[in-house]
Design a protein around this ligand. Structure first.
Ligand code: PAF
Length: 283
């Protein structure tokens, strides 16, 4: 496995792989890798001639300086995991390589980016679009893999590649959970044992809400989740919205869409966590 720091070196390596007839599967990450990331890389390895992962904590997508400062970083452990699952190239640039000058591009993906994470984290998706577009231009992958845990991000990236005509297939991959239900996240390692216990309420409540939804209205299901979270000390709900899975806009009735997802964001102590659950998906 090659660890590469510059775009020019990356592009040299990639052109050699392409000359060998290999397709490129790409997994962009911010490091602090876990089995959720591993599932994306494994799929990229299985479906392409070569898998490339990037490890870059992108400053432009953090609207909170402390969050950026405290974001977990461990390149060595990340590389060990990436190598063990067959990654061909790790691209781990410094900030100056990705942003030799400040990126002044302003993206709008309205109405996808005006709700939920977009409403709570001003500028977040602009930063995501800045870095993911730069990475796509640098890597020029055939396929790129994103986790459904960041459900809104996935919808926005699909929209971005359509808007910018970037020739890449975007592949969404299912959420990976711990055995006890907690959705894997790099932020989980910042939770104390006690906070982690409390965080289990999130997946437990979401799973219970699927059962609840079978016999109750959408409004009652939303209230069920909100009440459960609000009743758990140490959890502070930011939002729970039941949305159309394509438009990300809130819906009122179960019959309003064939694709319905409940998205939640909350603070567990000082750590912000997100999760989501599908109520309906007609394929
Ligand atoms: O999901 C993430 O880890 C990040 O938002 C991404 C896509 C790597 C962009 O920095």
């Amino acid at each position: 496995m090659k660890i590469i720091r510059t775009i020019s070196e990356l592009q040299n390596e990639l052109s050699q792989l392409r000359a060998e007839g290999k397709s490129i599967g790409f997994v962009p990450t911010m490091g602090a890798l876990h089995q959720g990331h591993a599932s994306l890389i494994k799929r990229a390895v299985a479906e392409n001639g070569a898998a490339v992962a990037s490890v870059f904590v992108n400053p432009t997508q953090f609207n909170d300086k402390n969050d950026l400062k405290n974001y977990p970083r461990n390149l060595q452990a990340d590389c060990e995991l990436l190598e063990s699952i067959g990654t061909a190239i790790v691209f781990a640039p410094e900030v100056e390589e990705m942003y030799p000058e400040p990126d002044t591009r302003v993206f709008s993906f309205a109405p996808l980016d005006t709700v939920m994470e977009g409403a709570c984290r001003a500028g977040h998706f602009n930063g995501v679009a800045q870095i993911v577009s730069k990475l796509f231009y640098a890597v020029n992958p055939d396929r790129a893999y994103f986790g459904e845990k960041d459900f809104q991000q996935l919808a926005i990236i699909r929209r971005m590649v359509r808007d910018l005509n970037i020739p890449v297939e975007i592949i969404g991959c299912p959420i990976v959970r711990e055995n006890d239900g907690l959705a894997l996240s790099s932020r989980n390692m910042l939770l104390t044992d006690e906070e982690r216990q409390r965080a289990l309420t999130i997946s437990r409540t979401l799973f219970a809400s699927v059962k609840f939804a079978e016999e109750n209205t959408l409004a009652a299901t939303k209230a069920f989740v909100e009440d459960e979270i609000n009743a758990t000390s140490g959890l502070k709900l930011e939002y729970f919205q039941i949305v159309d899975g394509n438009t990300l806009q809130e819906i009122k009735e179960w019959d309003d869409s064939d694709y319905i997802v409940g998205c939640i964001a909350l603070f567990c102590g000082n750590i912000r966590l997100i999760d989501n659950i599908k109520y309906k998906e007609v394929k």
